[in-house]
Design a protein around this ligand. Structure first.
Ligand SMILES: Nc1ncnc2c1ncn2[C@@H]1O[C@H](COP(=O)(O)OP(=O)(O)OP(=O)(O)O)[C@@H](O)[C@H]1O
Length: 475
């Protein structure tokens, strides 16, 4: 993999009209749909890695035709530099030069936390084992610590973006997906999707809900806290109703849900609260209404003295500057007490409760080649070229909660973006021309507190906190 992209995508096989890059895959069908487009399952045909499963994200076409910026292209190329066991690997970037549509090929993961939680809640009706919860959380934090250390803030962490590998060498390994894309798409602050499906705001940090203009890595830690609670209770912690207006409406109900559990934030505990736009905007609700602290511990059913509760409450700290960082969380007592987390989160060392999670449904009726943007000979579609999906398919439109957000303006590349792409492709040391090896990406210092996403510099090592956590000495 990783070698196919320098072709211009126009090289089609005249027999089947498939772009050349696509011919390296056997396309099995659609496995999902998210904010940015459709996700397909494919297998590699070539002898190296033959049969390896790949998830191909096909990005939606924008209606207004606004293209992807050169910066966005650079961002995507940078994502190829990211390499960590707990971050899903972007193996290829494909561009169809005929309609300038974009395809990202990732390593395939059989499960995700959304489906795992749903399986426990709706199918097996029992909680996720404490070993599995702890292993999921540790690996999620491990991947996030790596991203944050490389100045990447995810911005849209939620259960469906936390993938878990199925059978094989990496069984039970957590992989963070969709990182980096939110920045390119200006997500998650837009709200209405073009098909009327809404973005989930359940994992959004209070500072963003109150109108903070800048992201720091603390927003991801809030989302991790929400996901941690959801793994424990099988229910989203703060299920606010989305306000459907643009742009960036004040999400009062979401804040209301948070305040009801955690109590009203105070200037004493969160001094910069007074600087947040919405703190002043809706005085009656936000400042006037005083919420009692109903107690996070009662909602998540954890003793207040437990290590799990201590960690969770540090993730759900109102003041982003006081919120625990991923690096600090990895060192927390919770991960040093039994059961210790492991690499295979699905199978504990004592192999007591093994839950067999269902594999992703594949909508085989969806023909990848049949999607208009994949056929250079056909006119470009305006968006979801794929019609229909099978019930129960693992797609966005079929899920129960609000989870999608509007598509930003990245779907078509404009000529200057193509130029940027080609420039990158022609840089020395880029293999087939797609690896922007010269792009700086540096590992930061994990304990520096929350970082604002700005710059990335080169990090060739990429390895962060070591595995397995069992090897850490106990306190
Ligand atoms: N590498 C992958 N392997 C397997 N499944 C994947 C992979 N990446 C994404 N998926 C699945 O495809 C579906 C759609 O993913 P996508 O990231 O496009 O949307 P989402 O995360 O569900 O929502 P959003 O885009 O709004 O964040 C999800 O169920 C997701 O778990």
């Amino acid at each position: 993999m990783g070698d196919t992209n320098s072709n211009n995508g126009n090289n089609t096989n005249t027999n089947n009209k498939k772009p050349e890059w696509l011919q390296q895959y056997d396309l099995l069908g659609k496995i999902g749909e998210g904010t940015y487009g459709l996700v397909f399952l494919a297998r590699i045909k070539s002898s190296t890695n033959r049969g390896k499963s790949i998830a191909i994200k096909k990005f939606k076409q924008s209606k207004d035709g606004d293209g992807v910026s050169p910066t966005a292209i650079r961002e995507i190329m940078l994502l190829r530099e990211i390499s960590h066991e707990n971050v899903v690997k972007l193996v290829n970037v494909h561009i169809n030069h005929v309609d300038m549509s974009l395809y990202l090929a990732f390593d395939y993961a059989e499960h995700d936390l959304y489906e795992i939680i749903r399986h426990h809640r709706d199918k097996v009706n029992h909680s996720i084992s404490s070993y599995t919860v702890k292993s999921f959380l540790w690996q999620l934090l491990n991947g996030l610590n790596y991203l944050h250390s490389n100045w990447i803030i995810h911005r849209d962490l939620k259960p469906s973006n936390i993938l878990v590998m199925g059978e094989g060498d990496e069984q039970g390994v957590v992989k963070i997906a969709d990182f980096g894309l939110a920045r390119i798409y200006q997500a998650p602050l837009k709200t209405l999707s073009d098909n009327g499906v809404v973005v989930t705001i359940w994992y959004r940090a209070p500072e963003l809900l109150l109108g903070a203009k800048h992201y720091t890595s603390a927003v991801d830690m809030w989302a991790v806290g929400c996901i941690f609670a959801e793994l424990l209770t099988l229910k989203p912690l703060f299920q606010g109703a989305e306000v459907k207006a643009t742009p960036n409406p004040f999400q009062l109900d979401q804040l209301d849900k948070i305040f009801k559990v955690l109590g009203h934030p105070t200037l004493e505990k969160w001094p910069t609260l007074a600087h947040l736009p919405h703190w002043h905007q809706d005085v009656q609700h936000i400042q006037g209404h005083k919420y009692d602290n109903t107690g996070l511990n009662t909602v998540v059913h954890l003793p207040t003295k437990s290590a799990a509760y201590d960690l969770l409450s540090k993730m759900l700290e109102y003041d982003p500057r006081k919120r625990i960082t991923a690096a600090q969380a990895l060192e927390h007592e919770y991960f040093r007490s039994d059961p210790l987390p492991g690499r295979n989160a699905l199978v504990s060392p004592n192999a007591d409760k093994v839950v067999n999670y269902p594999t992703r449904p594949v909508d085989r009726t969806t023909d990848f080649e049949g999607t208009t943007s994949l056929q250079p000979s056909q006119p470009v579609s305006s968006g979801n070229a794929v019609s229909g999906s099978i019930p129960g398919a693992h797609g966005g439109t079929l899920r129960s909660g609000p989870r999608q957000m509007p598509v930003g303006g990245m779907q078509r590349m404009q000529p200057q973006a193509m130029q940027a792409y080609n420039n990158l492709a022609s840089q020395p040391g880029m293999g087939s021309g797609m690896n922007p090896g010269g792009m700086p990406m540096q590992r930061g210092l994990p304990n520096q507190g929350h970082q604002q996403q700005q710059v990335r510099r080169k990090d060739s090592g990429m390895g962060m906190t070591g595995y397995p956590p069992q090897q850490k000495s106990r306190r």
